[in-house]
Ligand binder design. Structure first.
Ligand code: ATP
Ligand code: MG
Length: 369
């Protein structure tokens, strides 16, 4: 599959002929978090994972996310996914694609230097990028995502970085380039005192960083534009403002003295932020500062709906939805809203409350942990 350039793709009309995409049939996990060995079958529409606290509900959901995306959604280090005391994990999944099956596998082996990760599809080893083009996308809903509303700018940048990188490997590459060049540029401020010598040494890095930053800024802006083109959920309207901290020659000139004083780079996309507003009759309300907790949850729901929309727009397929214990936080109206949405998608959700089952009209299967 070719590299996807968001701008070109965004101008495409919405596809009407959606294929269901891939359907998860079964997952087999070995030494993944608290599971030493387990096999779980999944329903084609809704599967509910029920269990008391700390039984492994979130871990099972994470194993699905892992087989789809090649990484977990909670770990700070990849090795943390491997059961404590073990050296290797394996996750295998069987998906149905139209009338045939496709088998995916990821093996992580810990070693003295870190770990290795091997991806295979139908037993053929693959590089991460070609593996990820063949799997489906999992869209995760979890209560912790409220950090996007109440957490620091870093959590929002991380969210958009992960999302855009999934579609655009060029973005991922430039982000890595930018971050490593930024560290080198900062080192120069620490090492060189003489302003003229410093200016001279900075020329190369300034150009290089500007080139990477321009691309990063453009892609972030394009995704914000996409969100603004799809502003509503449940009769509420949202707006996202992309607060780009541009890395330009003019701004570099202006900040040089301050950068020397603080001995580090003071401008650029590492300082970007995003601000989300509710569109009210006569004004915009900043939802990070003024939103009630339920308004903030609905805002996350808006972001998540658009993750689904975006995947559908680009791949003309439906993603799998993973709902981690979100019902305990929602009122009746919002519970109904979520249940209405998931009707059209393969969904796996976790809950500790069996009462939720009474609200579900469609057929579902249950995994008890
Ligand atoms: P809750 O209802 O509280 O959300 P849960 O069923 O979702 O609980 P999980 O978050 O899946 O529980 O965690 C289940 C158990 O797995 C926990 O006791 C956790 O400490 C443990 N665990 C997490 N990572 C590992 C690991 N790498 N090795 C072994 N156990 C782990
Ligand atoms: Mg959990």
């Amino acid at each position: 599959m070719p590299v996807i350039h968001l701008k070109a793709r965004l101008s495409l009309p919405r596809q009407t002929a959606l294929s269901i995409g891939m359907v998860l049939k079964k997952i087999v996990i070995a030494n993944f978090r608290n599971f030493s060995h387990a096999v779980f079958p999944f329903g084609e529409s809704l599967t509910v994972i029920i269990g008391l606290n700390a039984k492994g509900k979130t871990n099972l959901l994470e194993s699905i996310y892992f087989i789809c995306h090649g990484s977990g959604f909670r770990e700070s280090k990849e090795e943390e996914l491997v059961t404590i005391g073990e050296k290797m994990l394996r996750v295998q999944a069987r998906f149905r694609k139209a009338d045939h099956h496709v088998d995916f596998q990821i093996v992580v082996k810990k070693n003295d230097h870190g770990f290795t990760k091997v991806f295979t599809i139908n037993k053929t080893p693959k590089k991460y990028f070609s593996y990820s083009r063949e799997t489906t996308r999992a869209v995760l809903f979890s209560p912790e995502q409220i950090t996007l509303m109440i957490g620091p700018p870093e959590s929002r940048r991380e969210y958009f970085n992960k999302l855009i990188s999934f579609y655009d490997p060029e973005y991922k590459k430039r982000l890595i380039n930018y971050e490593s060049a930024l560290r080198k540029r900062n080192k120069l401020f620490e090492q060189i005192v003489d302003p003229e010598k410093l200016q001279e040494e900075l020329v190369f890095w300034n150009e290089y960083l500007e080139e990477q930053a321009t691309y990063i800024t453009l892609k972030r802006k394009e995704y914000a534009d996409f969100l603004n083109a799809h502003p509503t959920v449940d009769e509420k309207s949202f707006k996202i403002e992309y607060l780009a901290d541009e890395f330009t020659k003019t701004r570099l000139k202006e900040s040089f003295e301050n950068e020397r004083r603080y001995r580090r780079t003071l401008i650029g996309p590492q300082k970007d932020d995003f601000c989300i507003y509710a569109k009210e009759v006569k004004s915009l309300k900043n939802l990070h500062h003024f939103g009630s907790r339920s308004e903030q949850r609905l805002t996350i729901f808006w972001l998540k709906l658009n993750e689904i929309n975006y995947y559908r727009l680009i791949f003309s397929q439906k993603p799998i939805l993973l709902l981690d214990d979100i019902f305990s936080e929602l009122d009746h109206h919002n519970k109904t809203l979520v249940l209405k949405l998931i009707g059209g998608y393969q969904t796996v959700m976790t809950t500790t409350e069996t009462e939720v089952l009474e609200m579900i009209d469609n057929p579902y299967s249950i995994i008890r942990l």
